[in-house]
Design a protein around this ligand. Structure first.
Ligand code: SAH
Length: 261
């Protein structure tokens, strides 16, 4: 009996931003594992068991779900946003790599979701319209040194940068330090977008600049997009400004460049 395990992305929070594929996968599961607040977003279904765990226990949760699936159950683990972006899918793969060989026989399916930076970008225009990257500011799993090197490299290379896990009660200084670092590479007027609880009750979006960006505006429910030198803010009468990064970069486009809509 090999069992099934699905790692399902719930999107940023709004019910209409859960994909139809994820909704079907949730309804088909006999057992759901995940962080309590994420499980609470899933409509109750009679007969389905729920196994809530703390946010920090990703490896333990992944192993519990794999053990359950190995016994032949239809098991699902839920993640906010996309399960492959700083989330459960990698934890499950790591447990399969190091765990009992029977876990490699489990039918594993990762069901994608809308990740936070895409939900925020859509709110303001197209800040991720050209090359971009995502960096988690959490130094729980990697050193702050590595994070600083990546910030320097990304800003120098002209990437728009999405910052996940920018701050928490236990990590209050990282975002301020990251902004200070980025100011050394970016023009003062570079747009910065804060998106708190995007797609959820209490959503708050703020557009500012790297010179003015106040790290106190972020908590663990916030994703921050730092523009590149090309990113622009377009004011509109009576409407929120647009923020976008033009698809034509610093250099002249080549004639053979792909033209896509
Ligand atoms: N898998 C998730 C990311 C998990 S890491 C995803 O794809 O979105 C947790 C971080 O994601 C948070 O600290 C925050 O930076 C970001 N985040 C997740 N949901 C968010 C939301 N609705 N609004 C703003 N940021 C969010």
């Amino acid at each position: 009996m090999s069992g099934h395990l699905r790692v399902i992305g719930l999107g940023p929070g709004a019910p209409e931003q859960i994909t139809p594929q994820a909704s079907v996968a949730l309804a088909e599961a006999d057992a759901l594992y995940g962080y309590g607040p994420y499980l609470n977003r899933v409509p109750a279904r009679p007969g389905q068991t729920r196994h809530a765990s703390d946010n920090r226990e990703e490896g333990v949760r992944a192993a519990a779900a794999l053990r359950h699936a190995a016994q032949g159950g239809r098991v699902a683990i839920v993640s906010g946003g996309d399960p492959g972006v700083f989330a459960m899918a990698a934890a499950v793969c790591a447990e399969i790599e190091t765990g009992p060989s029977a876990w490699r026989e489990i039918d594993l399916e990762v069901v994608p979701g809308i990740t936070a930076m895409l939900a925020l970008a859509a709110r303001v225009g197209a800040p991720l319209g050209h090359d971009f990257c995502a960096i988690s500011l959490s130094d729980n799993l990697k050193s702050w040194d590595v994070i600083e090197r990546r910030l320097d490299a990304a800003a120098n290379a002209g990437f728009v940068i999405s910052l996940y896990n920018p701050a928490s009660r236990a990590r209050p200084w990282q975002l301020g330090q990251a902004f200070a670092r980025l100011r050394a590479h970016l023009p003062d007027q570079t747009p910065v977008i804060f998106g708190r609880a995007v797609g959820r009750v209490g959503e708050h979006v703020q557009i500012t600049t790297i010179a003015e960006a106040n790290p106190a505006g972020a908590d663990m429910a916030t994703v921050v997009i730092v523009g590149s030198a090309q990113t622009r803010i377009v004011g509109r009468p009576g409407r929120a400004p647009l923020v976008y990064t033009p698809r034509i970069g610093e250099q002249e486009p080549r004639m053979d460049q792909e033209a896509t809509a």
